[in-house]
Design a protein around this ligand. Structure first.
Ligand SMILES: C[S@@+](CC[C@H](N)C(=O)[O-])C[C@H]1O[C@@H](n2cnc3c(N)ncnc32)[C@H](O)[C@@H]1O
Length: 222
């Protein structure tokens, strides 16, 4: 049996992310849902404790969530049952999803930052391929550094990123890496259009170091 890297983290995950960001992490994740319609299909790889999956199901979305950690899966299932909503919660590795079906929306909420760059890019491509033409890809992650800022000026933001990442790396074996700039890397592609970039402030008034990118896959119907 493989080790469940998230078994310890699952106990503290919600409190730690809420405390670290003053709710900003949740607000960027929830922002993605403002681009969804009731009845549309949504894929969430790595839903963790399932807060977004439950909120989306309560909004009337048809949610599929694929979670690898048995402990996170159990927490997610409990939350789904507590709220009496329907979510197709699948145990397993989101990297092994079949190429079909395609979804109206795929939300990657603090999922890509689990992986080293090369693997992250591969998984990001796989997830883009699972959005139907005309559908939405939403990515919630850390706000990238300002490329114009000096090393000194960006130090607080780099520390703000490296501390939770380091904690996660110790606790869960997640990758250590620089902040990924999904907007810069994906904007201008033939198959995607960047529709919105939304930053959230820690505790509502601190620096805006959490971001949600909304991309639309070109082609098809809205
Ligand atoms: C950093 S947590 C984010 C949890 C949740 N998305 C959130 O924003 O609160 C990453 C989650 O992805 C899950 N995960 C990591 N790799 C996975 C994979 N290959 N397939 C499915 N789930 C995975 C972890 O078990 C964990 O629950």
């Amino acid at each position: 049996m493989t080790r469940d890297h998230y078994s310890l983290a699952s106990w503290v995950y919600d409190a730690a992310t809420a405390g670290w960001s003053g709710g900003a992490i949740w607000r960027t994740r929830a922002r993605a849902l403002s681009h969804s319609e009731p009845g549309s299909s949504l894929l969430i790889p790595g839903p963790g404790t399932g807060r977004l999956a439950v909120t989306a199901a309560r909004k009337g979305l048809r949610v599929t969530a694929v979670e690898r950690s048995p402990r996170m899966l159990a927490r997610c299932r409990k939350r789904i049952e507590r709220h009496g909503v329907e979510v197709d919660l699948q145990p397993g590795d989101a990297r092994q999803l079949p190429p079909e079906p395609l979804y109206d929306m795929v939300i990657l909420e603090h999922f890509l930052n689990v992986f080293q760059r090369q693997e992250m890019e591969r998984i990001r491509e796989e997830m883009i391929a699972r959005v139907r033409p005309g559908g939405i890809l939403a990515v919630a992650d850390f706000t990238p550094l300002d490329p114009q800022a000096s090393k000194l000026a960006s130090l607080p933001q780099r520390l703000h990123h490296v501390m939770p990442l380091g904690g996660c790396a110790l606790l869960t074996g997640n990758a250590m890496h620089a902040i990924y700039d999904h907007g810069h890397e994906l904007d201008g592609r033939a198959d995607l259009r960047l529709e919105e970039v939304h930053d959230e402030r820690s505790f509502g008034l601190g620096p805006a170091w959490f971001r949600c990118w909304i991309f639309r896959r070109r082609g098809g119907q809205r």
